[in-house]
Design a protein around this ligand. Structure first.
Ligand code: ZN
Length: 153
């Protein structure tokens, strides 16, 4: 994975951000897939739409390989970890073709090859349900891993 970290977080160093992104990616994507991705993790104060994080693909709506993840750097450390995990899950969904934007900018998406209605509420969108599940799982695994390996950053 070609990884670039932009901006700063007071609670997660650039070095650790790289480590987290690689580690969490390895839990949900194959080595082969990870190898082909380019990801920018950018810490920002404000995020459009007030979220804790967001993800956009930069290259192409068909099998994108280049992504930018924005993380709200005003959150507590655990919440920033969860936000990275959440957005990495969205990278996985696009990279594996599970989630597809049909036309750039338009609200038409397919989930596992099926169109999903625009009216679907955020909390019920299947990719968000998965991302909320994985944000907890990946964060839990990461924290256990750091504890086990006594890793310092
Ligand atoms: Zn999401």
């Amino acid at each position: 994975m070609l990884l670039v970290v932009r901006g700063r977080s007071k609670v997660i160093s650039t070095k650790e951000t790289r480590y987290i992104t690689n580690y969490m990616s390895s839990l949900i994507m194959s080595k082969q897939l990870c190898k082909n991705l380019r990801v920018i993790v950018k810490y920002v104060k404000d995020i459009d739409g007030d979220g804790d994080g967001r993800m956009i693909w930069l290259d192409d709506n068909h099998n994108p390989r280049e992504y930018m993840i924005e993380i709200n750097n005003t959150l507590k450390r655990d919440r920033q970890l969860e936000a990275i995990a959440h957005e990495i899950t969205h990278v996985k969904q696009y990279a594996k073709g599970e989630l597809k934007d049909m036309v750039r900018g338009a609200n038409r998406v397919k989930w596992h090859s099926r169109p999903v209605s625009n009216d679907t509420d955020y909390w019920f969108e299947p990719w968000e349900i998965e991302a909320r599940g994985f944000e907890a799982a990946l964060t839990w695994y990461y924290k256990a891993h750091v504890k086990d390996t006594k890793k310092k950053f």
